[in-house]
Design a protein around this ligand. Structure first.
Ligand code: NAP
Length: 454
C-alpha cells in the first residue's frame, strides 16, 4: 500500500511519502537501541514530567491535530478532537500511576528475602492501525515508555502525517533522541524488523492476517508479542432493559468512528418479547443518521477510510443478502466523491453462512432474534472473535448469567464497550492475546523478574 494521505471525504490524494530505505531503517533501529540504556535509568518522576509535557502539547494543539486525523481517515472532527484529548488523559494517567504499578512486589518464600521486579525490555515495535490514529499509538506507547522501554512505530500507510505528528509531539515534549521513533515503512518491511534482535517485543493492533504474519515472525525468533485484532461484538438486549435507551445507544455503538471500531457493537441480539419494538427504533435511528462531511459539527457518520474498505464492506453486505439475509435499510454506496456508505441493517443472516461469522468494519448492523437469555448467549458466543460484549438488562440474575458465561475479554453491562486507561483492554479467541492499558497492560512489556536473596 503506498504511504499517502488520501482524504476519504473527497477521494483526493493530498500527500505521498517514500518508504524508508534499508539504510534508514538500520539507522533508526540503532538509534532506538542506543537510546535504551540511558532511558531505562531515568527516574519515573522524570519520565512522568515528559509525559505530562506531552499531554500539554496535545491539549494545546488538539484543533490542528484533530483536523489532521479527519483529513487522513475521515472521522468526524468532533470525535478527532476528543481522541486527542483522550491521549492527553492517557499520558497523565500513566505518568501518575506507572511507578506504583511497577514497584517491586513482595513474594514471600523460603528465601531470606524474595520479590518480583519489573524491568524494561528494550525497543518495542508497535504496528498500528488507522482507525484511531492517535489513541491506538498512545495506548501502546505511553505505558511502554513509562516502563523504561523505547518505542518504534510502524503506523498504517494511510495516516503518515499522524505518524510523523506523534513523533514530533514526543520530541517537542522533551523525550531524548531515539526514545520514540516513527518508521514510515510498508507492511512487507515489517517481518524483517520484527525479527531483528534489536527489537525486544512487538505490539500489533489490526486485522487477523496482519496479526498472523507478525506473530509468525515473532514466534520464529521466540519473541513476545501482544495482538489486538478484530471483533464482532454482541449487543444483547433483554426485556427488562430500557428499550428506548438501548436502541439509541445501539445506533451510537454501531456507527461510532464511522463504524470502524474493533469494539463497535456489530451483532444486535434481542429477546423476542421486545424484538419488533427494538428493531423499529434501531432501524429508524440508523436511517435518520446525519451522513456527510466529517468536518461539519452536525455530522454523525462520515466516510469510510478508503475506497477499498468501502468496496469490501459492500461486497460483504451483498454476500449476506445472497445467502438469505433481509435488508431492513441501506445496503448501497452513496453517490458522489468520497467513500461514503449508507447506514445498513441486516436481519436473519443465516447461522450457516460465512457472513454470520465475519466482522463488518463499517456502518452495517446484524439483528438477531433470541428466544430467551440462554439462546441470546448461544448466539453471542457463536463467534470466532472474543473481544467485548454489551448487555442491556435490569435483572440481576440475567446480568450475572451473562457476566459468567460470555466468552470475551471485556463485558459492559448497561454501557457501551469502550477503552479507558485504568482498565485492561483486549480479547480472546481470534481477537488476539495479551492486554493493553491498566496495570496488566503496562506489565506486558517488562521482564517480570524473580529475585531470591539467600
Ligand atoms: P491491517 O490492515 O491489519 O493494518 C494494521 C497495521 O498492520 C497497519 O500498520 C498495516 O500496515 C500493518 N500490516 C498489514 N498487513 C501486515 C503484514 N502482513 N505484516 C505486517 N504488518 C502488516 O488492519 P486495518 O484494516 O488497518 O484495521 C482494521 C482491523 O483492525 C479490524 O479487524 C479491526 O477490528 C482491528 N482493530 C483491532 C483493535 C483492537 O484493539 N483489538 C483496534 C483497532 C482495530 P499498512 O497500512 O502499511 O498495510
Amino acid at each position: 500500500m503506498p504511504i499517502s494521505t488520501v482524504n476519504p471525504a473527497t477521494g483526493q490524494t493530498l500527500r505521498v511519502f517514500d518508504a524508508l530505505s534499508a539504510r534508514q531503517i538500520e539507522e533508526k533501529l540503532s538509534l532506538a537501541q542506543s537510546a535504551f540504556p540511558a532511558w531505562r535509568q531515568v527516574s519515573f518522576a522524570h519520565r512522568a514530567g515528559l509525559l505530562k509535557a506531552t499531554a500539554q502539547l496535545l491539549e494545546a494543539e488538539k484543533l490542528q491535530l484533530g483536523r489532521l486525523l479527519t483529513q487522513e481517515m475521515g472521522k468526524t472532527l468532533v470525535s478527532a478532537i476528543a481522541e486527542v484529548e483522550k491521549c492527553a488523559i492517557g499520558c497523565r494517567y500513566f505518568a501518575t500511576h506507572a511507578e506504583a504499578m511497577l514497584a517491586p512486589t513482595a513474594a514471600p518464600s523460603a528465601a531470606t528475602s524474595s520479590f518480583i521486579q519489573y524491568v524494561p525490555l528494550g525497543a518495542i515495535l508497535g504496528v498500528m492501525p488507522w482507525n484511531f490514529p492517535f489513541w491506538q499509538v498512545f495506548r501502546f506507547a505511553v505505558p511502554a515508555l513509562m516502563a523504561g522501554n523505547t518505542v518504534l512505530l510502524k503506523h498504517a500507510s494511510n495516516v503518515p502525517q499522524c505518524a510523523l505528528a506523534i513523533e514530533d509531539i514526543f520530541r517537542r515534549a522533551g523525550l531524548p533522541e531515539g526514545v520514540m521513533l516513527t518508521l514510515l515503512i510498508e507492511a512487507d518491511q515489517v517481518e524483517e524488523i520484527a525479527k531483528d534482535p534489536r527489537i525486544a517485543a512487538i505490539s500489533l493492533t489490526g486485522s487477523e492476517p496482519a496479526g498472523r504474519s507478525v506473530a509468525t515472525a515473532a514466534a520464529s525468533v521466540i519473541k513476545k508479542c501482544v495482538l489486538e485484532l478484530g471483533g464482532s461484538d454482541a449487543f444483547i438486549v433483554m426485556p427488562s432493559a430500557n428499550i428506548e435507551l438501548a436502541a439509541a445507544t445501539a445506533v451510537k455503538a454501531r456507527v461510532i468512528n464511522n463504524g470502524q471500531t474493533c469494539i463497535a457493537a456489530k451483532r444486535f441480539i434481542v429477546d423476542t418479547a421486545i424484538y419488533d419494538r427494538f428493531s423499529a427504533l434501531f432501524v429508524d435511528g440508523m436511517r435518520n443518521l446525519q451522513v456527510g462531511d466529517p468536518v461539519l459539527p452536525a455530522t454523525q457518520l462520515g466516510p469510510l477510510a478508503s475506497a477499498k474498505l468501502r468496496d469490501d464492506l459492500h461486497g460483504q453486505v451483498t454476500a449476506a443478502i445472497e445467502a438469505g439475509a433481509k435488508l431492513l435499510t441501506g445496503g448501497h454506496l452513496i453517490d458522489g466523491p468520497g467513500f461514503y456508505y449508507q447506514p445498513t441493517v441486516l436481519e436473519e443472516v443465516p447461522r450457516n453462512s460465512p457472513s454470520f461469522h465475519e466482522e463488518f468494519f463499517g456502518p452495517v448492523a446484524m439483528l438477531f432474534r433470541a428466544r430467551n437469555s440462554a439462546h441470546a448467549l448461544e448466539i453471542a458466543n457463536d463467534s470466532p472473535f472474543g473481544l467485548s460484549a454489551s448487555v442491556w438488562t435490569q435483572d440481576a440474575g440475567e446480568r450475572d448469567f451473562f457476566v459468567h458465561h460470555l466468552e470475551t475479554g471485556m463485558i459492559f453491562v448497561n454501557a457501551i464497550s469502550a477503552s479507558t486507561p485504568e482498565l485492561p483492554f483486549g480479547g480472546i479467541k481470534r481477537s488476539g492475546y495479551g492486554r493493553e492499558l491498566g496495570e496488566l497492560g503496562i506489565r506486558e512489556f517488562v521482564n517480570i523478574q524473580t529475585v531470591w536473596i539467600g
